[in-house]
Design a protein around this ligand. Structure first.
Ligand code: FES
Ligand SMILES: [Fe+2]
Length: 399
């Protein structure tokens, strides 16, 4: 009797996705196992080739990009763990000892105000890995891990370590908190897990001037209102793609489409080196003005509303088919409580409408659907999706 072939779960999933016609460009990478099924290990080179193919043919990506955990693992490594996340406002870190915590690229991070400025660390105790701080923000003289009492100075160096510090050969200098990178756009604070990543302003070098020309100026007197994060049952790229085109707005967001002119060429899309921008004029008199939304690759959407509200949306993959959406609004002090409520509720409607279409796209792009053949990106209104593909390709080739 022959041995049963050992097929992993990932291969079973991929086998379904790869039923004829095969969609990978490197045919040598396919291992035929019987007449019906093919198995393949997705590699960085193969995925880069698929991105190139999608860009060249103006089409969507094969369905494993939206279903396979292997693809997400590579995206985490090549994109998310090297990317800049909006984590707070300088007002939250105004005094020595102020700290904020956040989750970025799956890691808990901790930012503190020291005598010498703001520092960022993995929020992971060097003893056995407990979170050093579990509150979203606060003020402390030192950073005490409440599990066994290891205590760190605000600059991340280990001050005391009960039990361990009395042991022969224990060197406190070896157990500082692990640093991350911190940067700023005006009063907004950003963090990146990769200390060797390019600075925020190097990556988005056109942004300060371009955004200022569009009226972006966050001065004093803004109140920070975080929204409750929510889970979308869809791959993170479907969430991004949906956010960088408004050709769906007429059908999906009837109220929004009455408020703003969403028809091209009035509605505009613009590409920059590592980000994009869309603009739609208001068709009604309103304090929140025209629609202005940026997309900072790979996951952050800043929005300006009439200069009296600024929003930041961040999309964080929880799995290949699940994305956490987090939003924070900054309201100017001149915005009334009633206006805040109306703005907040308006967004709730839009996010619910978007959630439904994104989850239906995920269902449509199930692993059994065989390929991109009958999906095609519209060159005008969906051009930012292709821009997104080229930024993905850049990460796959150069990260
Ligand atoms: S894990 Fe932090 S003190 Fe033990
Ligand atoms: Fe939408």
């Amino acid at each position: 009797m022959g041995q049963e072939p050992q097929v992993g779960l990932a291969q079973i999933r991929l086998a379904a996705a790869l039923r004829s016609p095969p969609v990978l460009t490197d045919i040598d990478a396919l291992t035929k196992t019987d007449d019906q099924e093919r198995t393949v290990t997705l590699t960085r080179d193969q995925l880069a080739a698929e991105l190139k193919d999608a860009i060249a043919t103006n089409s969507g990506l094969p369905t494993h990009w939206y279903n396979a955990e292997e693809v997400l693992q590579l995206e985490q490594e090549l994109i998310f763990r090297k990317s800049w996340y909006h984590v707070g406002h300088l007002d939250q870190l105004a005094n020595v000892g102020d700290f904020v915590t956040a989750t970025i690229a799956g890691a808990s991070v901790l930012l503190t105000r020291t005598e010498d400025g703001i520092r960022g660390y993995f929020n992971t105790c060097r003893h056995r890995g407990h979170l050093v701080k579990s509150e979203p923000q606060g003020n402390a003289k030192s950073l005490l891990c409440r599990y066994h009492g290891w205590n760190y100075d605000l600059d991340g160096s280990l001050r005391s370590a009960p039990y361990a510090q009395d042991e022969v050969g224990f060197d406190k200098c070896m157990f500082s908190l692990t640093p991350i990178k911190v940067d700023y756009w005006g009063p907004l604070v950003f963090a990146n897990l990769d200390v060797n990543a390019p600075a925020f302003m190097e990556l988005f070098h056109e942004l300060p001037t371009q955004a200022a020309k569009e009226g972006w100026h966050m001065g004093e007197g803004f109140r920070r209102v975080p929204r409750e994060p929510y889970t979308i049952e869809a791959n993170w790229k479907l969430v991004v793609d949906n956010s960088i085109e408004c050709t769906h707005c007429t059908l999906t967001h009837p109220n929004f489409a009455r408020t703003y002119n969403v028809k091209m060429p009035v509605y505009e899309y613009h590409e920059f080196e590592n980000y994009s921008y869309q603009w739609g004029p208001a068709q009604v008199e309103q304090r929140v003005g025209n629609y202005q939304q940026w997309f900072l690759f790979p996951h952050t959407l800043p929005v300006r509303a009439g200069g009296i509200v600024y929003d930041f949306w961040t999309f964080e993959p929880l799995s290949a088919t699940k994305t956490l959406a987090s939003g924070v609004h900054y309201f100017h002090e001149s915005v009334t409580d009633a206006e805040i409520e109306a703005y907040y509720e308006g967004y709730s409607t839009i996010t619910q409408e978007d959630q439904a279409v994104m989850e239906n796209m995920q269902r449509g792009l199930n692993p059994a659907y065989s390929g991109p053949a009958n999906r095609n990106l519209v060159k005008g209104g969906e051009r930012l999706l292709q821009h997104m593909q080229s930024l993905m390709l850049n990460s796959f080739e150069n990260a």
